[in-house]
Structure formats: C-alpha cells, structure tokens
Design a protein around this ligand. Structure first.
Ligand code: GLN
Ligand code: ZN
Length: 784
C-alpha cells in the first residue's frame, strides 16, 4: 500500500479568472443567475479533474465558494443578521451577495480590507483570514443567536462530484473556528459560548453527508494554531465528542494550519477524531511531537508542501525528514498534503508567460504542488531501489537556485553585515527635531494634508494601460501624468492645503510600483490569488537580494515640488508593507529580506532629501497584519519590523520630517512598537470609530505628532465642516492641539474628484475654524 495524497482546497478563481468575470457579469446584470451557477459548476468540475489528473487520491469538495467560505458557513448555519430580511429556508444568491458586498462602498486605497458602508444595507465586516492576505466576511452573532440549517450545500456539492465520478472529502469550516472568527453583536459575550446551539446544525449536515455515502470529511479548525482559552478547548472537546457520538461512522480529518499547534497538541490529540492534519511547513518541529504522542490509529495528514508560497519544495529533504515518521506510524495511516488550502497560491505555473525559464524552474503553483505530492508519495512506494531518483529534477532545480548569481548580491549582504544600531536611529530626539522642523516648515496649528493618492480616474488608468500596450508612447504618457500632477498641486494650493502631495498618478499599486524598480523582485502575468470576493492580486515575487539601482520617486517628487512654495511630501511604501504584500523568498529569514528592502528605501529617502524634499512619508499599512498569530512570537516580529522602518528613515537630517501612515487604528496592543518607530508624524484611520480608537494614543503613550483621519474615504459621502471640527475637538480630549494634523483616513485613489474636491475644501475650512478656536486662548496666555 502506498501513501495517500490529499488536497485541502483548490483555488476557486479558475485558470483564467473565470469566477471574477462571471461574478461581475452577474452583479452588473449582464448574466443570469443560471449562467453564474453554471460557471461555478464548471469550475468545480475542472478543478476535480485537474487534481485527479495530478494523481491526488483525496479530493476536497465544498472548497469552492462564490465569495468566501466563512460567509458560506455562516449562511449554511443560518447566522444571517436580521437586517438582510432573511425569513428562513435556503438563502438566495442576492441575499448572500448583499451580506458580502453591501451597497455602494469602495475598497480602501490599497490592500487594506475595508469597504464602505454608507447607505442601504451594509456588507458584513471584512477582515484578514489569520495571517494571510485573504479576507473573509466576519459573521455576526447575537447573544441569543439561533442557528438552523438553511441548505446543505456541502451535501449538494458532494453529490455533484459523485455524479461526475469523484469520491470527495467534503471540507467544512469547524464550529469552533466559525464562532471564534465571528464577532459578538450587542452585549459583551463570547461567541464560543454558542457552541451548544450551533452543534445540532453541524450534526445534521454531517449526518446527511454520511447518509449520502461520505466516509470522510475534513473539518478545519485553524484556531488550534492560536493561543486558546480553556473555554475554547472545552468547546472543541464538546464539538468533536458530539460528532463522534452522533455520527460514529463518519471519519473526521481535523485540519489545523498556519502554525504550530504547540500547547494545544495534547488537546488536539485527545479529540476523538480519525485524522489530524498539521502544518509542517510553518512548524516543521511538530513532527517530533507527533512521532512521540500520536495514537497509533490516528491518520496523520502531513502538510509538507507550502500552501502559502510559490517555491518548489525540497522533495529529497522532505523524503529524508519524513522517513522516521513513516516507519513508526505506518504508511497506511499517513497522508501527504499541502500545508493548508491552495487558495493562497496561483493556479498553474504553465499558464505563466512573464517569468523567465530559470526563475520558473524554482517555482510551483497549485497544480505543480500537487505534482510534488504525487512524486513524494511515489518515492515512498515499497521496494523502490533508489527512491531519490524520483526527485532528480527537483534536486537539480534546488541546486541551481542555491548557486544562482541572480539571488546573491555581495554588495547587499555586505551592507547588511556592516549595519550598526546607529543606522536605525535619528540623530536627535523628537523634541529637537520638532523644533528644527517647525523652523524649516513654518506650518500653522492643525496643518492639513492628505495621505498621498488622488483619484485614479478611468482616464488615468486608461493612459496607463495604453502605455503598457505600447499604444501611448513613454513621452506622451509622462506628459499626461505631469499634467495631472500639476493640476493636483495647483488645486491643493488653491484650496489651501498646507502640506501637498503629488497625487501618485504614476503608480499602478503602492507595492508593485516600487517592486518594479527594485532588483530582486519579479512579476507574474497570470499569478492571481484571491484577496477577497472577486478581487484578485498578483503579489510580486522577491526572489533575490533586494537593492535599488536608481532613484524611484525623486523625479516625480521634485517635479511637484518645483511647482509650489509649499512643502510637497515625498511618498514611499515602507519595508514591512513591501514584504507583507509579496511572495517572499524562503531561503532567508523574513527579517533579513525586510532589512534589505529597508536599506533600498533608505537610499531613496536620502536622495529625496538631497533633492530638497523636506517631508517624506513612509507608509506602513501592513505592519499590523504581519503580527504573528501567537502572542509569544509577537515581540520578535515587532522588534525587527520597527527596526526596518527606522532603518529606512533614519538617514535624514533632523530638520527633515518623516511621516508614516497606517489605515487602521487598533493600536492598543502594539502601542510601544508604534511609538518606537519614532516617525515625526503618523496618520491613522479614526473617523469611522468617531475617534474612539484614538484612545491608545493618549496618556502620553504617543509623544510625536499625529493625524487622526477626520473623514472616511471608503464612502462617497462628503463630510461637513462641523462634523470634522467636532471630530478634531474630540481628539483634543487626549491629544495636545499642537500635536494634531488634519487629514483623511487614507489615500483618495478609489474616490472620484466630484467627492474629493468638496470634502477637502471642507476639511481645510474645518482646520481654519479650529485654528481660531484653539489659537485665541493660546495667544491670550502668552500675552498675560
Ligand atoms: N500613500 C498611499 C495612498 O495614498 C497609502 C495607501 C494605503 O495606506 N493603503 O494611496
Ligand atoms: Zn491607508
């Protein structure tokens, strides 16, 4: 008997993004419901066929979703907030999409996961799926939440697969994960306490699956890789005991991923389930605990191929590492699998045309990862004389990558070695810098600014795409962008903004724009992965040492600055965000890659300064999402993340002002790290929480200057002067007026000029009115 291969989930988007196009056609009324459903069925059939063809023994079903699997699960169990008007029974597609998309919101400027909630029925909140760049819809639970089975879709797709001749292992998001991923509505209660009410629905779903002939199901409880409370553990215990008692014939593969189950190992192994899947990519050391303590009859699914990254596996190394476990546990009780669902990687490397053959030979996308599993399983076939021969191609590729000159740049590693603590420290402390900067910039009280981007109109996007297609010459493209920039600068001056921006019209994306100009980065043409719903991204690939051959933004910044006497901010994406939103090489620690990026950015920062730019903003919207899942790992991450930010900024004179921006404001648990970044000014998102989230910044926790966002850029609504005045007044509860800047929550790239113009005019009026209110008593005090 050979070892079985299993997959935990396949990308849903289709080889050619068919799902996106079908959804958009449906949403804009260009396709019927049936057409959309047909596309779904076709995509599922194709992915089963692809997985089968790659030799996978255990195929998942119910891993497909029209929008998001967490939303699907909430809908399955009838956790539908009353606002959506659901009256029981199956949930129709439009109610489903209303929960997913609400009405008229626009997503945040770049990467961040908010959408507007301005009118009609708001969408459910959206947030990051653990530490991935996939976003899920946050289910809402009321204290007296009732659950009921709406429609057994896992059963429906199981039968659909059966009809096509595939025996599948249906995937369900586990009941404890579902509750923990949701949020409590109303009274302060822990959704996990709803477990007893929720279980009967799961029991029904599972019973119907077992009745239909399913012998195994995969239940995902990724929360086992988090710090759990006793309550959580009791809920897990109750859930899996219930399933074992109620449906003893159904075997459960309990899947955990994204980290070590660590201190939950004993609890996980004690659950009465037939199988356990662990992530051996993120946490390879878990294998020892399993060898020692896994019950002999437990089927172990070993997540050994990286479901989160695109590098080819070291199959020979894996083969050697797995051998002891295979021989002690027995090959018939072992499955080989990706570390997690393949949702997080692009579908097929064979579709890729932009990468050169050398780089391609180092990579594996979803279907190539399945090939790797099959190869590895083949090497374990009994009686094979020379198992490693199976991997000769993989060994050659690994060797070639290891020694490729494209990866190693001695200048970069040399610079890194020479770094000292002084390199990540500004010369003078903030108080001194503040005085010098005030002299240089002479800004008013409550200075106004924006976060960087101005509307990326369809005209701007069209010019970019014409240029990319070669239909608009470089010269004409740049001429056009200069016009846009000039208009934006003149307009900001006219309405009286104090610190101007150039508008970022030349940027396709805040990460890609820089990555394209740095060495060590590559880009795919078809490497799409789902970010949320129908939004897919093509993360850049960091394959080699990163450096900056030429200045990246100096031309645009100096052009804009040449048009005005007011300061124009230089605008950069920070090292942690550059790292976080890319596929990162796996042969160096992330901290080292991040330091390389920080050094490249510091070159840009010093060039901007030398070119006369007095204020430089280094955006770090992804800093918080990089936080490790386990509390114990957070300090180490924050230490290097903060160090990298400082490294990118510290090369400037004390009189040069460094800004940073983050489009969220839950800083309570990371406040010391935010303060340690030592930016002269930070802008954050606070308007939607009505400044409440600003709490973390008061109490002397944050001595530097701060721009709490005064209006929500996710909504087309134009905020009134009074509203913004009121918000800033609220902010002065905890902050000194002299500390406060006035700016929107985030960049304005997704907005239209029709909304942006009046909103910013009002914002400037608000700042002027605040200056009057606050400056008068201050003058009196001086005169007295
Ligand atoms: N400077 C960027 C912009 O204004 C910041 C985007 C972001 O924070 N996500 O678009
Ligand atoms: Zn932002």
């Amino acid at each position: 008997m050979t070892i079985k291969t299993a997959n935990l989930g396949f990308p849903r988007i289709g080889r050619h993004r068919e799902l996106k196009f079908a959804l958009e056609r449906y949403w804009t009324g260009r396709a019927s419901r049936d057409e959309l459903l047909d596309t779904g069925a076709k995509l599922r059939a194709e992915s089963w066929a692809a997985q089968k063809a790659r030799g996978i023994d255990i195929l998942p079903s119910n891993d497909f979703s029209f929008y998001d699997h967490v939303l699907d699960t909430a809908v399955l169990v009838g956790a539908i907030p009353p606002a959506y008007g659901w009256k029981g029974g199956p949930v129709d597609l439009d109610t489903y999409f209303a929960m997913a998309r609400g009405s008229t919101g626009t997503p945040c400027a770049s990467g961040c996961s908010h959408v507007g909630t301005d009118s009609g029925n708001p969408a459910l909140e959206m947030t990051k799926w653990f530490d991935t760049n996939y976003h899920y819809m946050v289910p809402e639970f009321e204290p007296d939440q009732r659950f009921e089975l709406t429609h057994n879709r896992p059963l429906e797709t199981f039968l659909e697969a059966e009809a096509l001749g595939y025996r599948t292992r249906p995937v369900l998001l586990g009941p404890v994960a579902l509750l923990k991923l949701g949020k409590a509505k109303g009274d302060d209660f822990d959704p996990v306490d709803l477990i007893e009410r929720l279980l009967p629905v799961y029991v029904r779903v599972l019973t119907e699956l077992a009745d239909a002939g399913a012998d195994w199901v995969q239940i995902d409880e990724p929360c086992l890789a988090l710090d759990l409370t006793d309550r959580d553990r009791r809920a897990l215990d109750l859930a899996y005991r219930t399933f074992a008692t109620e449906i003893p014939r159904l075997k459960i593969m309990l899947a955990t991923y994204f980290g070590s189950i660590g201190d939950n190992t004993a609890a996980a192994l004690a659950l009465p389930v037939a199988g356990l899947h662990v992530d051996l990519v993120r946490a390879p050391q878990q294998i020892d605990a399993l060898i020692q303590s896994a019950p002999a009859d437990r089927v172990l699914s070993l997540g050994i191929v990286d479901g989160r990254n695109i590098w080819r596996s070291d199959l020979a190394g894996l083969f050697r590492r797995l051998q002891p476990l295979v021989s002690t546990h027995g090959r018939d009780r072992i499955e080989l699998a990706p570390s997690c669902s393949l949702l997080h990687v692009p579908v097929d490397l064979d579709l890729e045309r932009a990468l050169d053959p050398e780089l391609s030979s180092w990579l594996a996308f979803a279907v190539q990862k399945l090939d790797e599993l099959s190869l590895l399983a083949r090497a374990f076939e009994p009686g094979l004389a020379n198992p490693e021969q199976v991997f000769s191609a993989s060994i050659d590729a690994a060797r070639a990558r290891l020694t490729s000159l494209r990866i190693h740049d001695p200048l970069v590693s040399g610079r890194l070695k020479e770094l000292t603590a002084a390199d990540s420290k500004r010369h003078a402390p903030f108080d001194t810098r503040r005085r010098l900067q005030a002299e240089r910039l002479s800004l008013p009280l409550f200075p106004t600014t924006t976060i960087g981007s101005f509307p990326q109109t369809s005209e701007v996007r069209q010019a970019r795409s014409l240029h990319a297609k070669g239909e608009l010459s470089y010269v004409d493209y740049v001429r056009y962008l200069r016009q846009e920039t000039e208009q934006a600068v003149r307009w900001q001056e006219e309405i009286g903004i104090d610190v101007l921006v150039h508008g970022e019209f030349e940027r396709n994306d805040m990460v890609q724009y820089f990555a394209e100009q740095l060495s060590g980065y590559a880009f795919t043409q078809s490497g799409w992965v789902q970010s949320y719903g129908s939004r897919y991204v093509r993360p850049p690939i960091i394959f080699g040492d990163v450096s900056r051959p030429y200045p990246m933004t100096v031309d645009w910044a100096t052009f804009a600055q040449s048009l005005t006497q007011r300061p124009v901010k230089g605008m950069l994406t920070g090292p942690v965000t550059m790292l976080q939103w890319s596929f990162v090489r796996d042969d160096l620690p992330r901290s080292v890659v991040c330091r390389q990026i920080a050094l490249a950015l510091s070159d840009e920062v010093t060039d901007l300064e030398a070119a006369g730019i007095a204020i430089i903003q280094i955006d770090e919207p992804a800093l918080r999402e990089g936080l490790p899942l386990r509390l114990a790992d957070r300090k180490a991450y924050l230490d290097w993340a903060v160090e990298c930010f400082r490294l990118s900024a510290a090369g400037v004179d004390d009189a040069t002002q460094i800004h940073t921006h983050m489009c969220y404001s839950e800083f309570n648990d990371i406040m010391p790290a935010i303060a340690a970044m030592d930016a002269d000014v930070i802008s954050i998102e606070t308007s939607r929480s009505k400044m409440e989230l600003l709490g973390a910044f008061t109490d002397e926790a944050y001595p530097n200057e701060i721009g709490p966002g005064v209006y929500d850029i996710h909504s087309p609504r134009v905020p009134s002067v009074e509203e913004m005045v009121h918000l800033v007044e609220k902010a002065t509860d905890g902050l000194a007026p002299g500390q406060i800047w006035v700016n929107p929550d985030c960049g304005l790239k997704t907005r239209r000029w029709e909304e942006t113009r009046p909103a910013l005019v009002n914002m400037v009026a608000a700042a002027r009115s605040l200056r009057q209110t606050f400056a008068a008593p201050a003058r009196e005090a001086v005169g007295a």
